[in-house]
Ligand binder design. Sequence first.
Ligand SMILES: [Mg+2]
Length: 373
Amino acid sequence: MSLDQRIVGFDLWQLALPVTTRRDHGIGSVEGACEIVVLRLTAEGGETGFGEASPWVVFTGSVEATYAALDRYLRPIVMSARVGDIAGIMAKAARAVAHCTEAKAALEAALLDLAGRISGVPVWALMGGKCRDSIPLSVSLANPDWQAEQALLHRITDDGVGIVKVKVGFTDHAFDVMRLETLRRDYPDLDVRIDFNQGLEVAEAMTRVIDLAGFNPSFIEQPVRAHQFAMMAQIRRALDVPLLADESVFGPEDAARAISEGIADGFSIKIMKSGGLRRAQEVARMAAANGLTAYGGDMFEAGLAHLAGAHMIAATPEITLGCEFYQAQHYLCEDILEDPFPSQGGKVTVPDGPGLGIRPDVAKLDHYDVRRA
Ligand SMILES: [Mg+2]
């Protein structure tokens, strides 16, 4: 087995994975199903590597564009390439199709999974080695039915989850205040974070953000639209709690502008935004070099994307504020992995097996595939 082997197989599944509840965010809602694309690469010797693309149409892009990017524009770059040429393949991928960062993240994850399985080492070892064995887990509260959300809150706190992120700004301010009052009263030990997901209009943003800052969250995230850098900087100057940028910062190029314009005290880092695991590490290093914090965010993902994110964070000491890989266990009706995503006791345990450590169950991929249906 060698990294000189050529890649001879490139298979795609487009999945619609049923979810348990509706979830509302400033920029939009998710209901019914979570739509993802799964890529399987096969090397000459028969070894396989898997990667997941998890787009969200109001945030990063559509599942249709993701599928097309992989199928039409990235496939020719990958077929017959050597498994070990990951950096070279990803450099070509960056030029082959604009944007489509989720497709590129899936490709890099699959290449690293394949190279890791052929070499007998975990992906975190290919990313520079490990700085942590586990990652604190944050679970987001986004169900517009607050009564129903209490059941999730009970379940996760019973399991030892110590961090929650409250999704705010998708409806009236009183609803946000009520939920934060309840959390502070009934769960005084929780680390509470607040995320507006771009939900506020400029005219109302300053007063609503300052009011919720009174609940002393660990940070407040992305109150206004992604492109409103000046407003982000203005809000940051007015706040006495950290302001984080999520939708404003996809990759290192956005991070450079965000740092120079002083829009945030930290970044949400997601492989689906950055376009891969190594570019996510680059954003984290830029943040740390400029005195900013970072946490490992995610999209509406299944366990395969969570695994790629967990390996990246395991090898990235600059990401100090935990991760949000909760959907596989707490949101999807059924995940796609052969073994459950390793998350218990309020933390994600970093897998140590070769590649990403766990494979998807191909029978489940076939079952949820909307293109073969
Ligand atoms: Mg966010």
